[in-house]
Design a protein around this ligand. Sequence first.
Ligand code: ZN
Length: 435
Amino acid sequence: MLVVAALSLLAQLATPRAHFRIVSDFAEPERAAEASQAAEAVVPVVLARLGRGGWTPRSLETIRLYRGYATFRARTAEFNPNAPEVLGFTHRDSRTSHVAAEPWNDALHALGLPRATRRLVAHEAAHLVCYDLLRDMDELPAWMVEGLADSAAQEALVQLGLADALEVDPATASRIAWVQEFARTGRLPSFDALVNDRLGDYAYLERYPLRWLAYEFLRAEQPGACAQLFAAAYDDGRTGAPRRVRAALEPLWSAAEREALDARLRAWLAEFHPRWRPCAGLLEGRAQGYLSLADASGDALALSTTTLATLPVRLSGALSILPGTNTQLHVVLGHTRESFLEVAFTAGVGVTVWRYDCGAERWSLKGSAPALELVTEREFTFQIEADADELEVWLAGKSVLRVPLHGDSPLGTWGLGAQASAGGCWSDIEVASGR
Ligand SMILES: [Zn+2]
């Protein structure tokens, strides 16, 4: 009897009680389970960052998962009227996070929630933990709020095998590239502006990668100071944190030290070599490659930071198109601010090569070929090869299309994307240039 009791106690210890109740719009229980997994995974990460041993919520914490942005917005706008661009937020007093699975495509049932949605669930769950520990948490400098939540969500996803290293994962690589672009164009805030969260000159969504990297920088380069500020914020008082943090911040660095940290921040940032830069829609890692996903508002495109420098260029791999209203994946070559070449694979139709002029917003057809064997939910190998004169496309090992380029260059930046409302998976992507 005693043995049985001891064993059942062990079982309870081995399966800790869930901290969050998931209320999901999705009929299938797997979506709620995926959200729950991401939320629970972030708890120990946040506690470790705050130097805490454990956490028992004071009362029920809820995460509401919505199927798509439209439903999310319709049902939550009253709580969050000023930030229509976000896909998730946490409402302190009702102890509830709201997260939209967006883009969502019903064909994702087999693949599960996009990693971006799970990342957002983990981010909002981190806020729920912090609010429960500190009622005026959101009055802290925002790198201590949003930076911490982004960083902890990334670590939780890595632990779950759902995110790659910072420079490799499109989600984090593109944010690093975004902030590096600020540095290149003279828009990087000073260290002082970042730690004091003076980011009024930045668009709402620009502030997030800045706050995330400000926190990562402090954690990596000033760990003692970083820990001191969080300790000041999360001491035993549940309120008064902004004042305590201000008092701790003031004497932390002299003017000369702040200036030196400014230079160090730039150097630290330049040491990253992100593989992707932000464009539109979603590109995210999958077990064997990537998932491209576009919402209804426009095409998805992610651009690689590696460029194709010499002719001929080759891009090959395998693709699998998701079923839906639109069923088209894109490979983009020769991407500049002015124009690019697009090789479009459309299920049930075939392969089309376009040139797009960004200024005139004009698509010019360069050639197309039917490929009725190209269907959704099946993997096809493909290869694109181009020299100065001609671009050739192979599908399932067979040459299906050759188009003259008439001076359009395939050199430079390449990318992967999907038509609005479409999506699909890429695997074994390889690029090469030169003979
Ligand atoms: Zn947040």
